[in-house]
Design a protein around this ligand. Structure first.
Ligand code: 13P
Length: 247
Protein backbone atom coordinates (compact mmCIF):
# COMPACT_ATOMS: atom_id res chain seq x y z
CA UNK A 1 0.00 0.00 0.00
CA UNK A 2 1.41 3.36 -0.96
CA UNK A 3 4.96 4.12 -1.89
CA UNK A 4 7.58 1.95 -0.18
CA UNK A 5 9.13 3.88 2.73
CA UNK A 6 12.51 3.15 4.29
CA UNK A 7 13.82 5.10 7.26
CA UNK A 8 17.25 4.84 8.84
CA UNK A 9 17.19 5.60 12.55
CA UNK A 10 20.77 6.36 13.52
CA UNK A 11 19.82 6.63 17.21
CA UNK A 12 22.56 8.04 19.47
CA UNK A 13 25.42 7.06 17.17
CA UNK A 14 28.09 8.81 15.15
CA UNK A 15 30.66 11.56 15.13
CA UNK A 16 31.24 14.35 12.62
CA UNK A 17 33.73 12.09 10.87
CA UNK A 18 31.72 8.87 10.81
CA UNK A 19 28.63 10.76 9.70
CA UNK A 20 30.48 12.48 6.89
CA UNK A 21 31.58 9.04 5.64
CA UNK A 22 28.05 7.64 5.93
CA UNK A 23 26.65 10.62 4.01
CA UNK A 24 29.25 10.12 1.27
CA UNK A 25 28.25 6.45 0.99
CA UNK A 26 24.57 7.36 0.81
CA UNK A 27 25.25 10.04 -1.80
CA UNK A 28 26.95 7.52 -4.06
CA UNK A 29 24.44 4.70 -3.50
CA UNK A 30 22.06 3.65 -6.27
CA UNK A 31 18.57 3.85 -4.82
CA UNK A 32 15.39 2.58 -6.47
CA UNK A 33 13.45 5.67 -7.57
CA UNK A 34 10.05 4.52 -6.33
CA UNK A 35 10.93 4.52 -2.62
CA UNK A 36 10.69 7.27 -0.02
CA UNK A 37 14.05 7.27 1.76
CA UNK A 38 14.55 9.07 5.06
CA UNK A 39 17.40 9.18 7.59
CA UNK A 40 17.17 10.29 11.21
CA UNK A 41 20.51 11.57 12.53
CA UNK A 42 21.01 12.70 16.12
CA UNK A 43 19.78 16.30 16.51
CA UNK A 44 23.33 17.65 16.75
CA UNK A 45 24.23 16.43 13.29
CA UNK A 46 21.03 17.31 11.44
CA UNK A 47 22.51 20.53 10.06
CA UNK A 48 25.67 18.79 8.88
CA UNK A 49 23.62 16.07 7.19
CA UNK A 50 21.19 18.54 5.65
CA UNK A 51 24.10 20.47 4.14
CA UNK A 52 25.87 17.46 2.69
CA UNK A 53 23.28 14.76 1.92
CA UNK A 54 21.65 14.38 -1.50
CA UNK A 55 18.14 15.85 -1.66
CA UNK A 56 16.99 12.41 -2.79
CA UNK A 57 16.97 11.46 0.89
CA UNK A 58 14.80 13.32 3.38
CA UNK A 59 15.73 14.05 6.96
CA UNK A 60 13.89 13.09 10.11
CA UNK A 61 14.47 13.90 13.75
CA UNK A 62 14.32 11.15 16.37
CA UNK A 63 12.09 13.07 18.78
CA UNK A 64 10.55 16.50 19.31
CA UNK A 65 9.11 18.56 22.14
CA UNK A 66 5.43 18.17 22.87
CA UNK A 67 4.49 21.78 22.12
CA UNK A 68 5.80 25.17 21.16
CA UNK A 69 9.39 25.88 22.10
CA UNK A 70 10.28 27.99 25.12
CA UNK A 71 11.62 27.34 28.60
CA UNK A 72 12.13 23.56 28.21
CA UNK A 73 15.77 22.89 28.98
CA UNK A 74 17.33 20.27 26.77
CA UNK A 75 14.39 19.96 24.39
CA UNK A 76 14.11 20.61 20.64
CA UNK A 77 10.90 21.98 19.14
CA UNK A 78 9.10 21.00 15.96
CA UNK A 79 9.54 24.60 14.76
CA UNK A 80 13.30 24.25 15.11
CA UNK A 81 13.25 20.97 13.21
CA UNK A 82 11.39 22.64 10.37
CA UNK A 83 13.91 25.47 10.46
CA UNK A 84 16.73 22.95 9.96
CA UNK A 85 14.99 21.36 6.99
CA UNK A 86 13.56 18.25 8.63
CA UNK A 87 10.52 16.72 6.95
CA UNK A 88 9.82 14.01 9.52
CA UNK A 89 10.05 13.10 13.17
CA UNK A 90 10.11 9.64 14.77
CA UNK A 91 7.76 9.55 17.77
CA UNK A 92 6.82 6.85 20.26
CA UNK A 93 9.97 4.83 19.70
CA UNK A 94 10.20 1.98 22.20
CA UNK A 95 13.49 3.33 23.54
CA UNK A 96 11.69 6.53 24.50
CA UNK A 97 8.67 4.65 25.86
CA UNK A 98 10.56 2.09 27.91
CA UNK A 99 13.90 3.72 28.77
CA UNK A 100 12.86 7.38 29.04
CA UNK A 101 9.31 6.64 30.22
CA UNK A 102 7.17 8.48 27.67
CA UNK A 103 3.52 7.43 27.83
CA UNK A 104 0.80 7.08 25.21
CA UNK A 105 -0.90 10.35 25.97
CA UNK A 106 2.33 12.37 25.84
CA UNK A 107 3.32 10.70 22.56
CA UNK A 108 -0.10 11.41 21.06
CA UNK A 109 0.26 15.09 21.97
CA UNK A 110 3.72 15.17 20.42
CA UNK A 111 2.36 13.68 17.21
CA UNK A 112 -0.45 16.23 17.04
CA UNK A 113 1.92 19.13 17.61
CA UNK A 114 4.52 17.92 15.09
CA UNK A 115 1.78 17.50 12.44
CA UNK A 116 0.47 20.99 13.20
CA UNK A 117 3.93 22.34 12.37
CA UNK A 118 4.04 20.52 9.04
CA UNK A 119 6.26 17.60 9.97
CA UNK A 120 5.43 14.06 8.92
CA UNK A 121 5.30 11.64 11.84
CA UNK A 122 6.81 8.16 11.91
CA UNK A 123 4.57 6.83 14.67
CA UNK A 124 6.05 3.81 16.40
CA UNK A 125 4.15 1.04 18.15
CA UNK A 126 5.15 -2.40 19.35
CA UNK A 127 4.90 -4.95 22.14
CA UNK A 128 7.43 -6.20 24.69
CA UNK A 129 8.45 -9.86 24.70
CA UNK A 130 6.41 -10.60 27.83
CA UNK A 131 3.37 -8.96 26.24
CA UNK A 132 3.76 -11.16 23.14
CA UNK A 133 4.18 -14.25 25.30
CA UNK A 134 1.05 -13.33 27.24
CA UNK A 135 -0.92 -13.08 23.99
CA UNK A 136 -1.31 -9.32 24.32
CA UNK A 137 0.43 -8.18 21.12
CA UNK A 138 -2.70 -6.85 19.43
CA UNK A 139 -4.08 -5.25 22.62
CA UNK A 140 -0.84 -3.34 23.17
CA UNK A 141 -0.54 -2.20 19.58
CA UNK A 142 -4.20 -1.14 19.43
CA UNK A 143 -3.89 0.85 22.65
CA UNK A 144 -0.85 2.66 21.29
CA UNK A 145 -2.66 3.30 18.00
CA UNK A 146 -5.70 4.64 19.82
CA UNK A 147 -3.54 7.17 21.64
CA UNK A 148 -2.39 8.55 18.29
CA UNK A 149 -5.91 8.40 16.85
CA UNK A 150 -7.37 10.26 19.83
CA UNK A 151 -4.80 13.06 19.44
CA UNK A 152 -4.32 13.70 15.73
CA UNK A 153 -6.74 15.51 13.43
CA UNK A 154 -5.62 13.65 10.29
CA UNK A 155 -3.56 10.64 9.22
CA UNK A 156 -2.33 12.21 5.98
CA UNK A 157 1.24 12.69 7.18
CA UNK A 158 1.64 9.65 9.39
CA UNK A 159 3.59 6.48 8.69
CA UNK A 160 3.07 3.72 11.26
CA UNK A 161 6.18 1.82 12.30
CA UNK A 162 5.52 -1.57 13.90
CA UNK A 163 8.60 -2.37 15.93
CA UNK A 164 8.27 -5.35 18.28
CA UNK A 165 10.54 -4.47 21.18
CA UNK A 166 12.00 -7.99 21.35
CA UNK A 167 13.26 -7.61 17.79
CA UNK A 168 15.00 -4.26 18.25
CA UNK A 169 18.77 -4.48 18.37
CA UNK A 170 18.60 -8.17 19.25
CA UNK A 171 19.24 -9.81 15.88
CA UNK A 172 15.91 -11.62 16.40
CA UNK A 173 13.98 -10.28 13.44
CA UNK A 174 10.24 -11.04 13.33
CA UNK A 175 9.45 -13.67 10.72
CA UNK A 176 7.68 -12.32 7.64
CA UNK A 177 4.53 -14.10 8.90
CA UNK A 178 4.78 -12.58 12.39
CA UNK A 179 5.19 -9.09 10.98
CA UNK A 180 2.49 -9.52 8.33
CA UNK A 181 0.03 -10.76 10.96
CA UNK A 182 0.40 -7.61 13.05
CA UNK A 183 0.40 -5.31 10.01
CA UNK A 184 -2.93 -6.80 8.90
CA UNK A 185 -4.33 -6.37 12.39
CA UNK A 186 -3.18 -2.73 12.44
CA UNK A 187 -4.83 -2.12 9.09
CA UNK A 188 -8.06 -3.74 10.31
CA UNK A 189 -7.95 -1.59 13.41
CA UNK A 190 -7.61 1.51 11.23
CA UNK A 191 -10.55 0.36 9.09
CA UNK A 192 -12.75 0.19 12.14
CA UNK A 193 -11.55 3.20 14.06
CA UNK A 194 -10.51 6.04 11.76
CA UNK A 195 -11.94 7.55 8.56
CA UNK A 196 -12.37 5.14 5.67
CA UNK A 197 -9.53 5.90 3.33
CA UNK A 198 -6.86 5.91 6.08
CA UNK A 199 -6.53 2.13 6.31
CA UNK A 200 -5.75 1.65 2.64
CA UNK A 201 -3.54 4.74 2.31
CA UNK A 202 -1.44 4.60 5.47
CA UNK A 203 1.92 2.96 5.16
CA UNK A 204 2.78 0.42 7.84
CA UNK A 205 6.50 -0.23 8.01
CA UNK A 206 8.36 -2.85 10.03
CA UNK A 207 11.37 -2.30 12.31
CA UNK A 208 13.50 -4.61 14.42
CA UNK A 209 16.76 -6.27 13.28
CA UNK A 210 16.10 -5.57 9.60
CA UNK A 211 19.26 -6.08 7.57
CA UNK A 212 20.46 -6.57 4.03
CA UNK A 213 19.94 -10.31 4.31
CA UNK A 214 16.35 -10.44 5.58
CA UNK A 215 14.69 -7.35 4.06
CA UNK A 216 13.73 -8.92 0.71
CA UNK A 217 11.64 -11.69 2.30
CA UNK A 218 9.91 -9.22 4.60
CA UNK A 219 9.25 -6.81 1.73
CA UNK A 220 7.31 -9.51 -0.13
CA UNK A 221 4.57 -9.44 2.48
CA UNK A 222 1.44 -7.72 1.26
CA UNK A 223 1.09 -5.35 4.22
CA UNK A 224 4.75 -4.48 4.85
CA UNK A 225 5.12 -1.09 3.20
CA UNK A 226 8.72 -0.42 4.15
CA UNK A 227 11.14 -0.51 7.05
CA UNK A 228 12.52 1.46 9.96
CA UNK A 229 16.12 0.35 10.24
CA UNK A 230 18.44 0.88 13.20
CA UNK A 231 21.89 -0.73 13.24
CA UNK A 232 22.01 -1.60 9.55
CA UNK A 233 21.24 2.01 8.59
CA UNK A 234 24.70 3.01 9.87
CA UNK A 235 26.23 1.20 6.90
CA UNK A 236 25.51 3.01 3.63
CA UNK A 237 25.74 0.07 1.21
CA UNK A 238 23.63 -2.20 3.43
CA UNK A 239 21.02 0.51 3.92
CA UNK A 240 20.87 0.89 0.12
CA UNK A 241 20.30 -2.88 -0.21
CA UNK A 242 17.36 -2.59 2.19
CA UNK A 243 15.92 0.40 0.28
CA UNK A 244 16.21 -1.59 -2.94
CA UNK A 245 14.41 -4.64 -1.55
CA UNK A 246 11.12 -3.04 -2.63
CA UNK A 247 8.99 -5.49 -4.59
P1 13P B 1 17.58 -2.31 14.86
O1 13P B 1 17.40 -2.32 13.34
O2 13P B 1 18.97 -1.97 15.27
O3 13P B 1 17.03 -3.55 15.47
O4 13P B 1 16.67 -1.10 15.40
C1 13P B 1 15.37 -0.97 14.94
C2 13P B 1 14.82 0.32 15.41
O5 13P B 1 14.61 0.54 16.59
C3 13P B 1 14.57 1.36 14.40
O6 13P B 1 13.87 2.44 14.94
Amino acid sequence: TGKFFVGGNWKCNGTKDSISKLVADLNSAKLEPDVDVVVAPPFLYIDQVKNSLTERIEISAQNSWVGKGGAFTGEISAEQLKDLGCKWVVLGHSERRHIIGENDEFIGKKAAYALSQGLGVIACIGELLEEREAGKTFDVCFQQLKAYADAVPSWDNIVIAYEPVWAIGTGKVATPQQAQEVHVAVRDWLKKNVPDEVASKTRIIYGGSVNGGNSAELAKQEDIDGFLVGGASLKGPEFATIVNSVT
